[in-house]
Design a protein around this ligand. Structure first.
Ligand SMILES: Nc1ncnc2c1ncn2[C@@H]1O[C@H](COP(=O)(O)OP(=O)(O)OP(=O)(O)O)[C@@H](O)[C@H]1O
Ligand SMILES: [Mg+2]
Length: 255
């Protein structure tokens, strides 16, 4: 039975700059996401993707409309969701293990148990040999793996990811995408993944939601029915990438 887990009803966000200017960043967005979907939110820079994610994560309030998770209005960060950002955001003075255990610490999980869970997560993302390393001793891809392990350690039902692989080289990026997919295929957490890479969206998502440049509106929303693992050389893959690229180009010319 499908369960709705995320819902936006007529959600808008206005930012007020210091000189009194108003910026309509998100304009009347309606969106409903079912549990276990892997949704990529795709759109040009400034289309309000991060803002949508931050409103869902309870980090900033909507200016109007209603943001709900599991049927409850979001008024602050919620325990069933974790967030992974582009810049890894590991605590530099903590080891990999201590970083991954951090969310468990906040939830007052007893020490032995949090070490057990965190160790397991670190191994799951392939960093077993770096449990006690400091973040600066890791490459970008390894830091991002640690950030994903940290997000997963609290066993969240929802994973919000904001361009998590944007800073990685093409090879590491593909490797991380594959690892994320295999984790998702195992326990089907709901993922809302922000990207401005058309190719990344088609590689990962069960559904792609496209936002237009400011003011951010949803201009396309469709399922991706290509079976996993996907290959960029497949004809359906290429067709969808072309179609999306065309859509984004049209948007750019409309401005
Ligand atoms: N804290 C803020 N204060 C003022 N304006 C903001 C703030 N955060 C975002 N904005 C504005 O809201 C709009 C949407 O920003 P947002 O960061 O959500 O875009 P984005 O789609 O994530 O872009 P990118 O792909 O570049 O990350 C932009 O015009 C931006 O200038
Ligand atoms: Mg952003």
């Amino acid at each position: 039975m499908e369960q709705e887990i995320i819902r936006l009803d007529g959600v808008s966000k206005i930012f007020y700059s210091e000189n009194g200017h108003e910026v309509l960043a998100v304009d009347k967005v309606d969106l409903s996401i079912q549990e276990s979907e892997f949704v990529c939110l795709l759109g040009p820079s400034g289309s309000g993707k991060s803002t949508v994610l931050r409103m869902l994560a309870g980090l900033t309030p909507a200016s109007s409309g209603k943001v709900s998770v599991l049927g409850e209005e979001v008024v602050g960060p919620r325990p069933e969701a974790s967030m992974v950002l582009q810049d890894y955001s590991l605590l530099p003075w903590r080891s990999v293990l201590e970083n991954v255990a951090f969310g468990l610490e906040l939830r007052r999980v007893p020490k032995e148990e949090r070490i057990r869970i965190a160790t397991e997560m670190v191994e799951k993302v392939g960093l077993g040999d770096f449990l006690h390393a400091a973040p600066y001793e890791l490459s970008g891809g390894m830091q991002q793996r640690a950030a994903i392990a940290r997000a997963l350690a609290t066993d969240p039902r929802i994973l919000y990811m904001d361009e998590p692989f944007g800073a990685l080289d093409a090879f590491t990026r593909r490797q991380m995408q594959q690892e994320l997919l295999s984790l998702w295929l195992k326990d089907k957490k709901t993922v809302l993944f922000v990207t401005h890479s058309v190719e990344e969206a088609v590689y990962l998502a069960t559904r792609i939601v496209v936002m237009s440049a400011r003011p951010g509106r949803i201009i396309a929303d469709f399922p991706v029915d290509i079976p996993y693992p996907r290959r960029s050389s497949d004809s359906e893959f290429g067709r969808l990438v072309d179609e999306l690229m065309h859509l984004l180009m049209e948007l750019a010319y409309e401005r």
